[in-house]
Design a binder for this molecule. Structure first.
Ligand SMILES: C[S@@+](CC[C@H](N)C(=O)[O-])C[C@H]1O[C@@H](n2cnc3c(N)ncnc32)[C@H](O)[C@@H]1O
Length: 456
């Protein structure tokens, strides 16, 4: 897939410069939300949302609920500064609310763009799908032997040579197929999702180290899985396009959400997001299989340069110790909330000591410092563009690296008051982390996932 540069600018600025009706009135208490609202489970079954299985995604029902509770319509704008594979953008579009989504991971951003583009002529798309599949059946029914040595070793661990050759032919046929660029992107996303379905690797791989992946019983034929996925995507489009809906703007920006957004001050009615959690999850690694297959990268180093280094710090794989000072927590945080700053500094010092006693010597100390430095910048940026009294809703988890508990939601709530937010509220959604309980190496601190609501 190619990364198209987003339209950052004039049109959206003009839109947002319009004098919107008064900011929505906020009662900082959205309806009780189900405990799986922070997970991707609901989205795995919903049209469009299910086009790419992103374990880091959240439930579209969160956005649906907020739109309903706050009474948003086509005169309002939603912002998601960590839009991921586009859950917020798709849910807002379906419900007729304008949306700006920001994402710094180029591959995931591209997934979101395809999911948010619905302006197809459906019968033309249907014809194209049929002729692509016919061409592929013809090519793949012949005996062929194909050189698949271009792929990094990791890819070979996921497929038999035969299936990999078939997937490669599908890829190359898509690339040379006579179609519009939007149709090509649609086909590319169908193949991207097929990569997991067709592989022998278990879910979670390759985020889980390749040596430890659990093989599924058998792999699925690439062409069969691709055909199924294409038809599912086509049917989903048919379903959403048949619904009555208001025409709205959906803008996706490939950029770092710590930077200033090309949006006017006080122009957004609701911000909703799920930032990376402070739990050592490496988003760059999550798409290694896909990026290797499409030739976006060939090595860990290349993925670091193209993705890992562009994201806020939330994993130790992003840390290069020599790039941090001896006092890694930004002084700015002390000005926002002195107590949070002191507590965080003490925990960081403790982690600095504890890591030296551990085999892995993980840089959790710097991960915690980097995380709060980075997320605070995002809170500042979002504050600027929100209308007075508008809410910023965050789904996030707390953390306990090496057993040192960091109440992320509470610290962020307090820091946000320093930024200028009037108040914050925390609602616990669920407890989490139990699946690791069998691991004797792991800490026993109970973790939770919460919703943090800030009001400007
Ligand atoms: C928890 S996920 C959000 C998932 C999203 N709610 C969804 O349903 O797809 C966090 C996202 O933040 C992105 N991200 C990390 N650092 C970023 C940054 N500095 N700017 C923009 N996006 C960033 C990651 O790539 C990841 O996709």
């Amino acid at each position: 897939m190619e990364t198209n540069k987003p339209r950052t600018g004039k049109r959206i600025r003009e839109q947002l410069a319009l004098d919107f009706s008064e900011a929505i009135s906020v009662s900082v208490s959205p309806r009780a939300l189900s405990e799986r609202i922070g997970t991707f489970q609901d989205s795995l079954r919903a049209p469009i949302h299910r086009w790419f299985k992103y374990p880091a995604g959240f439930s579209h029902k969160l956005v649906d609920t907020l739109i309903e509770d706050y009474g948003l319509d086509e005169s309002h704008w939603i912002l998601d500064p960590f839009v991921g594979c586009g859950t917020t953008a798709v849910a807002a579009k379906e419900r007729g609310v304008n949306c700006v989504g920001i994402e710094a991971h180029p591959f995931v951003y591209q997934v979101a763009r395809v999911k948010a583009f619905w302006d197809f002529d459906l019968s033309a798309l249907y014809q194209q799908i049929e002729s692509l599949l016919t061409a592929l059946h013809k090519k793949l029914s012949r005996d062929f032997s194909l050189d698949v040595s271009e792929f990094p070793e990791l890819i070979h661990k996921c497929y038999s040579q035969r299936n990999l050759a078939r997937l490669k032919i599908i890829r190359d046929t898509i690339e040379s197929f006579d179609c519009s660029e939007e149709e090509r992107d649609f086909f590319r996303l169908a193949l991207t999702d097929t990569l997991r379905t067709a592989s022998t690797a278990g879910t979670g791989w390759p985020y889980v180290a390749p040596s430890k992946y659990h093989a599924k019983q058998s792999e699925r034929d690439g062409l069969e899985a691709f055909g199924e996925q294409l038809r599912l995507m086509y049917d989903d489009l048919k379903v959403v396009l048949a619904r009555d809906r208001r025409r709205v703007e959906t803008e996706l920006l490939l950029m770092d959400s710590r930077q200033k957004y090309p949006l006017n001050d006080a122009s957004i009615d609701l911000a909703v997001t799920s930032p990376p959690y402070l739990n050592n999850y490496d988003y760059a690694d999550r798409t290694r299989l896909e990026m290797y297959f499409w030739g976006w990268a060939r090595s860990w180093g290349e993925i670091t340069e193209k993705v890992r280094d562009k994201l806020i710090i939330a994993a130790t794989t992003q840390i290069r110790r020599n790039e941090f000072s001896d006092d890694p927590l930004s002084k700015e945080l002390g000005e926002l909330d002195a107590q949070v700053y002191d507590e965080l500094r003490a925990k960081i010092r403790k982690l600095e000591r504890v890591r030296l006693e551990k085999g892995g010597k993980k840089s959790y100390d710097l991960m915690v410092a980097g995380y709060f430095n980075d997320v605070t910048q995002v809170v500042r940026q979002v504050y600027r563009v929100l209308k007075p009294r508008a809410p910023f809703v965050l789904i996030l988890g707390d953390s306990a690296p090496y057993g040192v508990h960091v109440p992320t939601e509470e610290y962020l709530g307090k820091l946000a008051l320093g930024v200028g937010f009037r108040r914050y509220e925390i609602q616990q959604l669920r407890t989490r982390g139990e699946k690791w309980n069998h691991n004797p190496q792991r800490h026993k601190v109970g973790l939770r996932e919460s919703i943090l609501i800030l009001e400007k």
